[in-house]
Design a protein around this ligand. Structure first.
Ligand code: ZN
Length: 384
């Protein structure tokens, strides 16, 4: 199977970029709803609809939800690309629909999606509410779990650009976790199913993004939804869409999430999960905080008359302004930062720092500055 071709043919062209709300996906849901496959399954804190889309008639039930965190839209885009495959009337579609029943919640947190926040409108992180179930969105997710009785859960997220796969200077473009079901982080049959599936997806991804797959920390936290569902006996896989070089709109990472979904269902449909692949799973690089968006090296700074040559870093803040996400770079840290990398790196070779206020990069100020008074940086990047 040519995954690149499959993606090209099925990419949902009407959605793109980072800001993805109910309004953006409503036309898609309307188009999909030919025979009541789309259902209103609940309301958010601000009374917005939470929709599900159910398709397929197979015995293996797959539950997928995305945008539990409102500003994590990459997996939602990939989910619609995958849904296009399911509706493509091809042999592949027929096989998938015959093997599986898919229950999808494309945007679980529509208020957070509109506000571009991780949390819901009550400022609650829904991924810490799986025991107390204080929020309407948490209850919707849980009720489907109980009624649909999935064989597998796919917990779809984005992660920030700060994560690398290991500490080799490679971004964690896609990361996975088979969450623990107990404090001891033991492996039972259900967790092993999730582990084996991740190992299988990783085999495929390594062909396309070698060294850019990460494995998330498996500390047990029953308040997290993945840990709860794993604890309740259903193999659960956390997907984290991360950074690919230069791809701040996450259109390239979207493709790799699509590859991951296709690969997962191919592995499951071929019943290719017989071996114990625990050690292959452990060999996936650990997801680690090792990146900033910008790193400037060997910069001469003047602090109270003392000159030193050091490094500094800047980080984008994603700011929602008039329905658009703006990536604004701010100074984040000054120092050697020896175990860190920049997605953008610049070696100043001793050039002197200055900005409109001082000769020292102040934390949280916009990354607008000069080197040797003649190379101008605006919003982190060289202005030509
Ligand atoms: Zn998340």
């Amino acid at each position: 199977m040519n995954l690149e071709e499959l993606f090209k043919e099925n990419k949902e062209q009407t959605i793109q970029g980072r800001y993805l709300t109910l309004e953006h996906i409503q036309p898609l849901l309307d188009k999909l709803n030919t025979n009541n496959q789309v259902k209103l399954i609940g309301k958010s804190v601000l009374d917005k609809p939470i929709y599900s889309y159910e398709v397929g008639s197979g015995d293996t039930r797959i539950y997928l939800w995305s945008q539990m965190h409102g500003n994590e839209s990459t997996t939602t885009k990939a989910l619609f690309d995958f849904i296009n495959v399911l509706n493509s009337k091809t042999d592949l579609a027929a096989k998938l629909l015959d093997t599986f029943t898919f229950y999808c919640i494309p945007i679980l947190n529509p208020d957070g999606a509109a506000l571009y926040t991780r949390e819901n409108a009550n400022k609650i992180d829904l991924n810490r509410d799986s025991q107390n179930l204080t929020q309407p969105e948490s209850n919707v997710l849980r009720k489907v779990f109980e009624d649909f009785k999935p064989h597998y859960c796919f917990n779809l997220h984005d992660q920030r650009t700060i994560y690398g796969a290991g500490d080799f200077g490679k971004p964690a473009t896609v990361s996975f976790l088979a969450p623990s079901y107990n404090e001891e982080r033991e492996v039972n049959d259900n967790r092993l199913k999730a582990i084996n599936l991740i190992a299988g997806i990783n085999d495929i991804l390594q062909e396309y993004i070698p060294g850019q797959v990460g494995r998330f920390d498996d500390s047990f936290n029953i308040n997290c939804i993945g840990d709860t569902f794993q604890f309740l006996g259903v193999p659960t896989i956390l997907f984290e869409a991360g950074h690919y070089s230069g791809d701040y709109s996450r259109e390239i990472t979207r493709k790799f999430i699509f590859f991951s979904l296709i690969s997962a269902f191919r592995i499951l449909s071929e019943n290719d999960l017989v071996d114990n692949r625990f050690y292959d799973y452990l060999n996936i690089s650990q997801n680690k905080v090792v990146f900033y968006d910008f790193m400037y090296k060997n910069i001469k700074i003047n602090y109270d008359g003392i000159e030193i040559i050091t490094n500094f870093v800047a980080q984008y803040k994603e700011e929602l302004i008039e329905n658009k996400i703006h990536f604004n770079a701010y100074i984040a840290e000054v120092g050697e930062l020896e175990n860190y990398f920049g997605h953008f790196e610049y070696d100043g070779e001793g050039a002197s720092y200055s900005d409109d206020y001082s000769n020292f990069p102040n934390l949280n100020q916009k990354a607008d500055f000069y080197l040797n008074k003649n190379i101008k940086f605006v919003n982190g990047l060289i202005k030509s």
